[in-house]
Design a protein around this ligand. Sequence first.
Ligand code: KIV
Ligand code: ZN
Length: 510
Amino acid sequence: MERIYIFDTTLRDGEQSPGATMNLQEKKRMARQLERLGVDIIEAGFPAASEGDFKAVQEIARSVQQVQVAGLCRAVEKDIVLAYEAVKHSPEPRIHTFIATSDVHLKYKLKKSRQEVLDITREAVRLAAKLCPNVEFSAEDASRSDWDYLVEVFSVAVESGAKVLNVPDTVGYTQPGEFFELITYLRKHVRGAEKVIFSVHCHNDLGLAVANTLAALKAGAKQAEVTVSGIGERAGNAALEEVIMNLTVRKEYYNFVTNVQTEQIYPTCRLLSLIIGQPIPPYKAIVGANAFAHESGIHQDGVLKNRLTYEIMTPQSVGKTSSDIVLGKHSGRHAIKQKLQELGYNLGEEELNKVFLAVKNLADKKKKIYDEDVEAIVLEEVYRLPDKFELKYLSAISGNMAIPTAVLKMQVNGEEKKLADFGVGPIDAIFNTISRIVDRKPKLLRYSVNAITGGTDAQGEVTVRVEENNLTAVGRASDPDIIVASAKAYINALNRLVKKEEEQTNGQNS
Ligand code: KIV
Ligand code: ZN
């Protein structure tokens, strides 16, 4: 069986998905989980984009050991040098440089001739290869580029030292049969094709990202660029879990192997969903809540007689075990530490203490504590940024005869402030009060509540998305009381907004 390399770009292209920004700690946590999942390459970010991006790539390069770490950069000297500086501490660093090759991009975006783009490719790849032997070159909008020109650009990239040639379907335009032919054509005509790996990077604008990726692998591409749950620019990228499970379930058709541990798929998707505060849709292939639920009577009957009638893979094979109760009121530190290790968290004593107290606290309110609850606690207690705004006290009144009122005490830049205000409902009253306390009035773009697990005592997971001064931020929080979770999520979004503003100002000043 031939080996396929999985290049995960959740932390770069995925982070370009609206509302999917992650802080440094969350990116590092996600990178560790991707390593556990068994991807081959993590694209950790775009180091020239901002100081925050640079730092995230640098820290991930230092912290993951079993996986290559790539940094994306335009085919521009300054970007390439920065990308190298960011990835160089990885045991296996990779520079991923790109330039657009379609006529429409050349004419309107780059305002450059085909010859100029060829020259830029040569210079960029040469510089990258001088810094780092592991260079990937991408021809942006390859699927809408002239095939013979693409052959020229890729041939120059190989001559200049590229080891991986990536063929992006940047706007999700291509069709599986056509993409198969393009990859076949490139493998046949690019000079030095036998020395390099062909890679594909498909977007999902027409819902074909996974189908196009699989077609390209059939045509001889050896690297698939994917994201967890398919998050990414616009309609997203090819979903890692879908590509992997196609290769796994239809092994006899593809005859390929990867290094991915399929049992880590669900925990990885779930972790991402917790971090970005966007629930996995129930109808999502492979990992959605309904993916293994049989509703129709005929199907249920068939499955009871023999699961093979309607089940092509088991929930266990993607790590979706039935939610076992993991911890309760009487669980000791040791049990909690062990559960955390099982979930992939190796926490220090101080962090473990915080989680232990939070689990105990939750167990007082909620009898059964599941993996998802533990994960939500860790994200809040350990991975949250030091906040400017913090909730200290909250009470809210609502009811059919009451005027919805909120009373809050908060810590704002170290100073305690308290205030009461009204609203059309308790959440409105809370958000109004918080806005007045912190003296900001962002627009609320989204508010959603989700139960983390089943049962009326389940923790409520609240996600809010706010916008102010053309910047958006997502906040997330969980608590058995959804009113408290809402306040914490709103405050979390405001903290992230402030952080983004600071990053923007630092970027402009540097
Ligand atoms: O979609 C795209 O073309 C990209 C490249 C930078 C690889 O993300
Ligand atoms: Zn992309």
